[in-house]
Design a protein around this ligand. Structure first.
Ligand SMILES: C[S@@+](CC[C@H](N)C(=O)[O-])C[C@H]1O[C@@H](n2cnc3c(N)ncnc32)[C@H](O)[C@@H]1O
Length: 327
């Protein structure tokens, strides 16, 4: 796993004021010797051991999940996990300082992260892509996004040419991709030389009960996995920045639905050096067994509810426990 941290300096950075007790990966940069470029290889799609069924880490299930979630997404469901402060802090790492940059926001949903992007980048240069028409319908209603291009599409098979964008951003979407390596390889392909990718996503819990629910719901990658996928896709200068809601006070053992921002730079123009097999899941394909589908969908959705309870629990704890004591 860590053996794949092949190229250049890989750094883990923490936001100011967050200590994240109990983790070995502290806020020190980890420097790796610069080695030759990533070996060309064939990737097998993300394996899903039966102990980690991740019922919603599928395109069809995610489609239906967001068919319903899109209704309360901006008002109730997203704010407890991904605040504006977290978003802006996460985006800092990808340097969106120039208004003329061409930016793609993949899995852009209702446009919450895009609203952070268009603070500095001209909305005309920003494309929001998502597989859910219901999420995109919400983005279309937002005044600040009315000049953005809005596209329905798949993160694992982007409808952009190679060397197209200056920045690739994807927030809170990787956890639904059946083959995250494929999506990150696409991020590499569509970027111009020197372009930067930023994937904001969950982190795996260390607490056993949360691990159980995480594995039933969707993909909660470990930080090393993000680094591994970025490095294999060909990115250099891969960095992980830890983020989290303020009321968690840096506690990460329960896992975080949004817990880190991972960035990397494309060092050369052209396609990724990583060779990969055919795409496994296509949203257009009909469901074979509707009962199995419904079962997976319901179990995955129930497991997701655990993380709503966790955030309420942390919020109450933050109110009760004195600020100078750990929670
Ligand atoms: C948690 S929402 C994040 C939305 C937005 N980026 C934000 O920051 O609020 C996850 C989004 O990823 C989208 N998604 C899931 N799988 C996808 C895929 N394979 N291709 C494109 N979008 C996908 C979902 O439809 C959903 O809108």
């Amino acid at each position: 796993m860590v053996s794949a941290m092949l190229n250049g300096a890989i750094a883990i950075t923490c936001p100011k004021g967050l200590g994240f007790p109990g983790f070995n990966l502290h806020c020190r940069p980890i420097h790796r010797p610069s080695l030759v470029s990533v070996a060309t290889r064939c990737s097998v799609s993300a394996s899903r051991p039966s102990a980690q069924p991740r019922f919603i880490q599928h395109k069809k299930e995610a489609y239906w999940f967001y068919r319903f979630l899109s209704i309360g997404y901006d008002h109730f469901l997203n704010p407890p996990h991904f605040t504006e402060d977290m978003r802006d802090e996460a985006l800092e790492a990808v340097d969106l300082s120039h208004p003329d940059m061409r930016v793609v926001d993949v899995g852009g949903g209702t446009g919450f992260t895009t609203l952070g992007i268009v603070k500095t980048v001209n909305a005309k240069n920003v494309t929001i892509l998502d597989q859910s028409p219901h999420q995109l319908a919400k983005a279309k209603q937002k005044e600040a996004l009315k000049e953005c291009k809005i596209l329905q599409g798949d993160a694992e098979d982007l409808p952009f040419p190679t060397d197209y964008a200056d920045r690739y951003v994807s927030a809170g979407s990787i956890e639904y991709w059946p083959d995250p390596q494929r999506g990150i390889r696409e991020a590499y392909r569509v970027l111009k030389m020197g372009g930067k990718a930023c994937i904001i996503g969950p982190v795996y819990p260390t607490l056993r009960l949360s691990r159980f629910f995480a594995d039933v719901w969707m993909l909660f990658p470990k930080e090393e996995e993000y680094i591994d996928w970025f490095t294999k896709a060909g990115f250099k200068d891969v960095q992980v920045k830890r983020i989290g809601p303020k009321w968690y006070r840096g506690v990460r053992r329960h896992g975080l639905i949004i817990g880190c921002s991972v960035t990397g730079t494309k060092p050369a123009s052209g396609d990724s050096p990583l060779r990969i097999g055919p795409k496994e899941e296509d949203i257009e394909k009909p469901v074979n067994n509707r009962f199995a589908f419904l079962g997976r969908f319901l179990l995955g959705t129930l497991a997701a509810a655990w993380f709503m309870l966790v955030t309420v629990y942390m919020w109450i704890k933050d109110k009760i426990v004195p600020k100078d004591q750990p929670i």
